[in-house]
Ligand binder design. Structure first.
Ligand code: ZN
Length: 485
């Protein structure tokens, strides 16, 4: 009993000092293994990566895969990288150079540096996480006041805001190495977007531990990339991969949306020109409602278009919003129309994509639909749909893969004007002799013929000013191009 009592006392005696002890600093332990030993040098390695990007593909979520390889040099404050990408037998290279003072970027195929904004400079630490977590770890170590701590089984979790993102580092309690990091960022099209970087197969060079395999889950888990490192070593210095041109400076942040130019083409058809995106939006005015076709890229643009429709036709609600195809220049601004109660019209197979965009949370950069949600009304036009007030008529025709562009393609026809409005199929130069029709242009021509539409004029949504092409096009030009061999 006496022995037991004294053992108990010893145990109790230990308790207060344990309770007072600071919790283990896993962040510091991680930093001391993965970043701190680079105080006097650079970690360098070669890498191979697959990068899947959502581009202007044939259907939603269809990724385009790129295979790249390159070399990187980095330490706590610097990141240099050069890589090459081979596509269709051609090789392109890109270079990046981040220091505490500046960011220089040269994109694939470019001769001049990209214009970097202050926001891009501040957020570039997040981009480096694709190849190494060292700069992200350094950011956390340097901003202790911003970091909060929690735990998950086997993991110490450190969270902090970094640039416009919320970042969480998950450090393994067993060995103090970074297991994974999550980055939640606002995206203009997809809303809150989560990227997870998983760091695996750690190796050692000198005193530095580094992951040799990095798995990247992007766009809320819809797309996966991976990066594999090899031939790592520590070097005392790194030669610049880019040099700053004379007079180079960061690009100032552009102000908000410039004024929208309104052209009333006929009593029922108005064109809104958005100069900052080079898009033409169509507003169709019926007796007691409106139809808006196309809204580029952002909710902000959608709001600006809606404000313009209120000036154009006070008191007439937007009953339908229609997107000619799923690419961001045509439906990226659809959310404010959902908020206003418009029914969203799209081509077959795109309603699910519209549901994703309309339902995406936007906690980091709220828009009107996030703040005041409203149920989505969406309808796919699978062949033809006529909208009319009994006097004026708009026909929406599904031409799909005939567009040689996307599977969901819609065009709009106005019989009383003999006018067809479409997004981006016709490419006829303003100057010079007619050229052979592209697959897209020929596809449109054949679709118009197959639908038996009497078209005199084609009006295009994008581009409006760029590329030196006609965007209000006599149909005879399109017929003429069909004759060119
Ligand atoms: Zn397109």
């Amino acid at each position: 009993m006496r022995v037991f009592y004294s053992l108990l006392l010893i145990t109790w005696g230990l308790l207060p000092s344990e309770a007072q002890a600071k919790p283990k600093d896993y962040l510091q332990q991680c930093w001391s293994q993965q970043g701190q030993p680079l105080a006097t040098g650079y970690l360098t390695f070669r890498y191979q990566e697959t990068a899947n990007e959502l581009e202007h593909s044939q259907y939603p979520w269809q990724p385009t895969r790129y295979d790249k390889h390159g070399t990187a040099w980095l330490n706590a404050g610097n990141f240099l990288r050069q890589d090459t990408l081979t596509q269709d037998g051609k090789t392109y290279s890109s270079k990046s150079q981040l220091s505490p003072e500046e960011l220089l970027l040269l994109d694939y195929g470019d001769k001049e540096l990209l214009a970097v904004t202050p926001a891009r400079f501040a957020g570039y630490v997040l981009t480096t996480a694709r190849y190494s977590p060292v700069l992200l770890l350094q950011y956390f170590v340097q901003h202790p006041a911003a970091v909060t701590r929690s735990a998950e089984p086997g993991l110490a979790v450190y969270s902090a805001p970094v640039a416009d993102a919320r970042v969480r580092l998950f450090i393994r309690q067993a060995d103090g190495l970074l297991d994974h990091a999550t980055v939640l960022q606002p995206d203009e099209l997809f809303g809150d977007v989560l990227t997870t970087y998983t760091y695996q197969s750690y190796a050692r060079t000198g005193k530095v531990r580094y992951p040799t395999t990095i798995g990247i889950s992007k766009l809320n888990g819809r797309i996966r990339d991976d990066v594999r490192l090899s031939a790592a070593g520590i070097v005392p210095g790194a030669s610049p991969v880019l040099s700053r041109p004379e007079g180079y400076q960061m690009r100032a942040v552009s102000p908000s949306i410039p004024p929208i130019a309104v052209q009333t083409y006929s009593p029922h058809l108005h064109f809104l020109e958005l100069k900052h995106t080079d898009d033409r939006v169509l507003v169709v005015e019926f007796n007691d409602f409106l139809v808006v076709a196309e809204a580029p890229l952002t909710s902000e643009n959608g709001e600006a278009i809606l404000a313009e429709t209120r000036r154009l036709a006070p008191g007439k609600p937007v009953r339908y919003f229609v997107a000619g195809h799923y690419h961001p220049h045509y439906l990226g601004g659809l959310r404010p129309f959902v908020r206003q109660g418009a029914t969203i019209l799209c081509g077959p197979g795109t309603a699910d994509y519209v549901r994703t965009l309309a339902g995406a949370p936007r906690t980091l950069r709220p828009d009107s639909l996030h703040l005041r949600p409203r149920p989505l009304q969406v309808e796919e036009v699978t062949s033809s749909k006529t909208i009319t007030d009994g006097r004026f008529e708009m026909q929406i025709h599904f031409i799909g893969a005939s567009s040689a562009h996307t599977n969901d393609y819609l065009v709009y026809y106005f019989p009383s004007e003999k006018l067809l409005f479409e997004d981006d199929l016709v490419w006829i130069r303003r100057e010079g002799p007619p050229r052979k029709a592209s697959a897209r242009q020929a596809g449109l021509y054949q679709a118009v013929r197959a639908l038996n539409l009497d078209v005199q004029t084609v009006v295009q949504s994008w581009p409006v000013a760029d590329y030196g092409v006609k965007t209000i096009i006599p149909f005879s030009d399109i017929e003429q191009a069909m004759q060119v061999k």
